[in-house]
Design a protein around this ligand. Sequence first.
Ligand SMILES: *[C@@H]1O[C@H](CO)[C@@H](O)[C@H](O)[C@H]1NC(C)=O
Ligand SMILES: *[C@@H]1O[C@H](CO)[C@@H](O)[C@H](O)[C@H]1NC(C)=O
Ligand SMILES: *[C@@H]1O[C@H](CO)[C@@H](O)[C@H](O)[C@H]1NC(C)=O
Ligand SMILES: *[C@@H]1O[C@H](CO)[C@@H](O)[C@H](O)[C@H]1NC(C)=O
Length: 951
Amino acid sequence: MDKDSTRLQAPSGWAIQHKCKTKFFRRLAVFAALALSLASLNHLSLSFNEEEATPAHIATAISRCQYLAREPGPPSDFHQRTSSDRYEVGTKATLIINAKIWTGEHNGTEVIDGGILMDKGVIVAIGRINPGLIQSYKDLVITDVHGSWVTPGIVDMHSHLGDASSPELAGAIDDNSEKGPIEAWLRSLDGLNTHDDSYPLSISGGVTTSLVLPGSANAIAGQGFAIKLRKTAEHSPTSMLLEPPYTVNSSFPDYSITPRWRQLKQACGMSHSNFNNTRMDNLWSMREAYDKARTIKEEQDAYCSAVLNGQHQGLGKFPDDLKWEMLVDVLRGRVKVQTHCYEAVDLDALVRLSNEFKFPLAAVHHASEAYLVPELLKKAYGQAPGVALFATNSRYKREAYRSSEFAPRILAENGISVAMKSDHPVLNSRYLLYEAQQAHFYGMPTNLALASVISTPARLLGLDHRVGYAKEGELQADLLYVVVWDSHPLSLGATPMQVYIDGISQLKSPHVISKPQEFQKVPEVPNFDKEAATVVEYEGLPPLQQRKSVSGLVLFRGVKTFFLRGEGSVREVSMTQDDISGVVVVNNGAIFCSGPMADCSSSFSESDAEIIDLKGGSIFPGLVSFGSPLGTSEIEAEDSTNDGNVNDPLTAKVPSIIGGDEALIRAVDGLQFGTRDALLAYRAGVTLGITAPSHNGFYAGLSTAFSLSAPHKLHPGAVAQDVAGLHVAVRHFDNGPSVSTQIATLRRLLLHPVGGESGYWFKEVTKGNVPLVIEAHSADIIATLVRLKMEVEEAKGRTIKLTITGASEAHILAKELGEAGVGVILSPVRPFPTLWEDRRILPGPPLSQQSSVSKLVTNNVTVGIGVVEIWEARNARFDLAWASLEAGGEIEISKQEAIALASTNIEKLVLGYTRPTLSTELVVTEGGDLFDLSSKVVAVINPSQHAVEFL
Ligand SMILES: *[C@@H]1O[C@H](CO)[C@@H](O)[C@H](O)[C@H]1NC(C)=O
Ligand SMILES: *[C@@H]1O[C@H](CO)[C@@H](O)[C@H](O)[C@H]1NC(C)=O
Ligand SMILES: *[C@@H]1O[C@H](CO)[C@@H](O)[C@H](O)[C@H]1NC(C)=O
Ligand SMILES: *[C@@H]1O[C@H](CO)[C@@H](O)[C@H](O)[C@H]1NC(C)=O
């Protein structure tokens, strides 16, 4: 169908309306309007005024028409105000002194030493503050932050907080309508749950502002709203809004006011399976919608041109339609258009759409291939959109397969604005700053990395007059979203000591960990220039294979620290006094000598060796990844790349050909080697994966331990252990068997094993030979499992090895688990109340003194740290360093103990023993140890390959 011909009818139809004067013609007009509506123009609220337009009507029409041309933004007197519209009466004026204030100004490079004076919800002064001004306050709260970093609050420009609320209950996911692909009239505000458990958690991570967007299941999903996360006196969703557009409570707002920015959520690509839409269908649905909006806009423009030219004869009603007014506003450039759009194919279509209908794009979100097409982005209408990204959350679907950790820096180098975002609860926005820390680690400049979660998103949202900046000398800016940090915000684990929203402190009695002085500086980071160039050259899929050492003999010098496995744990081997002159000599993949050069030099000839200077680097045992389908899955959303789920005998009959109830599946049979997540994890110091069969119910099967670097299963050392633990899950499954049914099943399998594979392995469990590894989150379920363990042990007279994974609520039973000898793998390691069964988390600093890790460790529980999704495997080094930092308050987790959390402890808990020192890999870092953001993994000493592998 030719849309243009339809569109062209509208103005002439409208003209008819204007000319009609008599009843006859009015009827004719009604008929014409009917005909027009049949021609799919039913969006026009046509009405007819036979009288001469009254002066009031004309005046309204004129102001409305003038209003259409007005650009949104702060009114001209905005910065003169002395009180914020968000000010809560009774909030005391507060002065923060001795702060190191990152202001966001000067491209994110400005830092001011001094104070911040906040009153009535606005910043009154910043920097060196006039003592007279200070003395004029009677009741001033003064906080000395002793040189700590202070920044404006974190702005999350892509969140579903409140709309996809936690814990997830029926009706909690309120962010996707399934009524149709175009839903520009819907508002995320209408689903905003004020009781989401995430609010205090995200505030405790320094997030003060979130743009709550509708989901991505529609081509145009609706309107987003920026909220402040603090509780308000009114307790309502509306009172949480930050500068709500006036349309929020008025179909036709006061035309004398400067409009405010609105936010629209769109989505390209393949998120629209609800409507069986292909990419082509999706784009057409958008074009059709914008064409409708364009028709209305042209009607309005014609109307206004008449109004403003004094042609008031028979002035009718302003042509408008509540359903389409949002998209008309988009076409008027009065909306920040936020588009979920991943691949080059989608970005290209979006850029064409913006040019066809002439509207600017504020940002493209997820945009995994944006870094491959920066020049395309610059062709968008009006301006290049910003790009809102995750740091390392990648490869979960085809659209994200070519994502790169180097995308933020590459885009920045191309002059594109980059924001990091959470997509909360996809990532817990409490840790949005971690996304910026990773972007910085992989090469984004310091100023832009910090800006990427504070000032850049504020600017992309059109809210930079409210949030994201602290402007020196500019009095009374409304910038009261301030965070005081315990360390430089780009250092790993940086945690707020206090968060102010609207001048109100948000943390009641924060638990602050004192961090070493070096954490107050901008962390040094490795050089990844070569890797970043390669990723572009290979369009996101650079080769990840390692290179074997040419010579059998490799000399590492400049080794600062050296950790080895030993006695089931990890120990530090002393090197030299000066920290940098230590050497480690490796011969055919085995350590041959270590210590000062003088101790080793006599035993080999340097000229035979490949010599690598680690510049204060480190050698430590390879890490172990557990918890995700690493090695049995490549792209989570693509069945054709995955092993698939096992049959669950509790929910359906298992085919008798595999043994019916006696079947037990081995993950080793579904292993895939050389998956990108495995190779990327290998390059980040993780050498072994332990993976259970994928499952979506009670039954899993036997896990396996495998090398992350082996090219295939027949390669020497590819499978480290065929069968590791026996895995089940006891959970509150949707429509699944009851928890008590699952426990009864487990009791029967342990006390009265069936035959076949299942019987054999359950007997191995009750003999204490094989660990029983149970995913459980609720403290009640975990307690029941501890009782079951005792019951079985009493009946069988043997101790069984029980490991709980997931374990969100395990901290509640820390003492009992320690006494019962039950180990725990925390996955995720930083907890989140995803479901009811994990809502009672121990959040850790600043909300609680202890973290789950420290609470369990202090109670003598063997703790491992695991992951949930395969892309997370590569981040094990950050996870363990962070866990040890977080424990810093109550107990010390030494570097050795921290490495054990992600290596030997996991082996103990799932394999049942720790692998022998001589046959396990050692990882080599340059420029620091794996706890330092300055270090990079450069090699693996691999005994099974009799070689050093360079990465
Ligand atoms: C902002 O900072 C980046 C990175 O440090 C730099 O490349 C860019 O030129 C700066 N932009 C301006 C306008 O100063
Ligand atoms: C409508 O919203 C505006 C802007 O937030 C606000 O000033 C006004 O008080 C609201 N009116 C009502 C009736 O809620
Ligand atoms: C999508 O297609 C499937 C299979 O043809 C069909 O069962 C389903 O009803 C369709 N859904 C919609 C929303 O059209
Ligand atoms: C943990 O073990 C140590 C050494 O075995 C013991 O001294 C301590 O009391 C135990 N702590 C708890 C909480 O059981």
